[in-house]
Design a protein around this ligand. Sequence first.
Ligand SMILES: Nc1ncnc2c1ncn2[C@@H]1O[C@H](COP(=O)(O)OP(=O)(O)OP(=O)(O)O)[C@@H](O)[C@H]1O
Ligand SMILES: [Mg+2]
Length: 269
Amino acid sequence: MLLVIKMGGSILKEGASSDFVSDLKEIIKDHSVILVHGGGVEVTEIASKLGKEQKFIMSPDGFRSRYTDKETVEIYTMVMAGKLNKQIVLALEAQGINAVGLSGLDSGILRAERKTKLVAVDERGRKKVIDGGYTGKITQVNTGILSLLLGEGYLPIVTPIALSQAYDPLNVDGDRTAAILAGALKADKLILLTDVEGVVLNGVCVSKFSSTMVREVLPTIGGGMSTKVHAGLEALDQGVKEVLVTSGLVKQPITLALNYKIGTVITIE
Ligand SMILES: Nc1ncnc2c1ncn2[C@@H]1O[C@H](COP(=O)(O)OP(=O)(O)OP(=O)(O)O)[C@@H](O)[C@H]1O
Ligand SMILES: [Mg+2]
């Protein structure tokens, strides 16, 4: 099977945990894997150390996103494709996994249309149209290099940065990137690893959802998790058979999720 696994920034402390990497090492004996990673908190921390306080905006549908001006996209690229991507490469190499760190810029893996305008809602609910900055919506995926690496037994680790039409780097969402890559590569499963056990409703982690059911409860799902559910639905629409949302903080996160021991499964029906 081909698995696309997104590691939330929420579970990355100095790269990938050794429990995660040991589990991954077992998984790749039988499956092909592409990793995508997040890392927003680290970007915010380092930007602040550099004297560049980060601003966040809320969209009318409740999505929180980083306001990404020129300096911010440079810091984002440094931290995500530099520090974090390489920490994960090191953690995998240390346990004998042949890892190749890439960003969406490399060989145009991710191409995106720059958002020229964004609608931001302030604390009082007033809407304001602002410049889109260096954020984008992925429009095209070039899977060539990824297929080549997988075919030769390498494990690609992709940072969510996309190439604009003007060849600028754009900040794109990590969950969405993983979903779009999974769809484009016809992956069997999309696994979203985060810092909670799965999709929680009324205080309880729901073990199984159909896409119809999860759409109904989407308005009650908060911030970071609603992005995952949207991304999961997008992957299912693109032909991915199953989306698993689960904790990356347990001992065998991938094995347990694949065996439905933990986490939330979302399928078409
Ligand atoms: N209904 C819900 N069920 C589960 N988690 C929820 C729910 N509503 C909101 N959340 C929040 O979503 C968070 C997960 O998303 P978050 O974006 O913070 O992490 P991540 O995607 O793993 O990290 P990153 O965005 O840095 O890659 C959880 O920690 C939780 O607080
Ligand atoms: Mg997130």
